[in-house]
Design a protein around this ligand. Structure first.
Ligand code: COA
Length: 251
């Protein structure tokens, strides 16, 4: 479900669960966390996160959400996201196809986000009776402005690559043919930089980490309660049973 490799000072993480559109389950978060934690070593200068089979990720596995109760912690997801927030070297994301839910949220913590013209994004938490996660409600208003952030997070609709660029979620949109070249050129440039200056520059740029970590905990508290609410249970069941949501339960 996850392919991790280390080559030429680059740690690559490939998400690979094609039958479920690369939806993420706890074991995958756990393995991604372990991989990212290992980026804090002398021989790694950049990290690449990508999907596979033309898809980045459809987000958290909804069946897994359904099986959680409020007391059950989300330690693997939290550990993964914190290892991303704290990753000392630049993280490059290669986005093809769908980047849904945490698939979009995690991009807010990457340093270079390149996508192809067909990429589709969504933070559909509101439609699932959930709330924003992992500091998206902190970062998005700051990078996109309050109005665009409200549109993305309160309507929860799918948006295209152009909109993602406009909102500051992606660095550049290119054709799917150009994407691998752009990624490998950027990684090569990063690997050619002096390591200490690279790490120090990233730390200076990501200078709101304390506030971000505090906000993540605030969001998680609300998220945990929302996950076991009636609207969330109904939205998860509707998705798994491939039927429309009963909107009466959203009142
Ligand atoms: N969790 C669990 N399973 C998922 C999933 C998710 N997040 N996203 C896709 N899948 C599964 C589907 O259930 C389906 O499984 P099946 O073949 O056993 O029925 C398979 O992946 C293919 O998905 P499908 O819906 O048939 O593909 P599609 O191209 O028509 O639509 C999506 C793709 C991503 C738009 C759609 O699957 C979707 O809306 N997924 C939910 C995304 C979501 O809300 N994620 C955020 C959670 S916070």
């Amino acid at each position: 479900m996850l392919n991790v490799s280390r080559e030429n000072a680059i740690l690559s993480i490939e998400i690979c669960r094609p039958d479920k559109k690369n939806a993420l389950v706890p074991q995958m978060y756990h393995d991604m966390a372990l991989a990212l934690e290992s980026a804090d070593s002398a021989d790694i200068k950049a990290v690449l996160i990508k999907g596979s089979h033309g898809c980045f990720t459809a987000g958290n596995d909804i069946a897994d959400f359904m099986s959680k109760n409020e007391d059950k912690d989300i330690k693997d997801t939290y550990r993964f996201m914190m290892s991303l927030v704290n990753c000392p070297v630049p993280v490059v994301a290669q986005v093809e196809g769908l980047a849904i839910g945490i698939g979009t949220t995690l991009l807010l913590h990457c340093d270079f986000v390149y996508c192809d013209e067909n990429a589709k994004f969504a933070m559909p938490f509101i439609n699932l009776g959930l709330v924003p996660e992992y500091a998206s409600s902190y970062i998005l208003p700051r990078i996109s402005g309050n109005l665009k952030a409200a549109e993305l997070l309160l309507l929860g609709e799918t948006f295209d690559a152009e909109k993602a660029y406009e909102c500051g979620i992606v660095s550049k949109v290119v054709s799917s043919e150009e994407l691998p070249n752009l990624i490998s050129q950027t990684l090569t440039k990063l690997v050619d930089k002096p390591k200490m200056a690279l790490v120090q520059s990233k730390a200076l740029l990501r200078n709101q980490k304390d506030d971000i970590e505090k906000h993540i905990l605030l969001e998680l508290e609300v998220f945990a309660k929302a996950m076991v609410s009636e609207p969330a249970k109904e939205a998860f069941s509707a998705f798994l049973e491939k039927r429309p949501v009963n909107k009466h339960l959203f009142k």
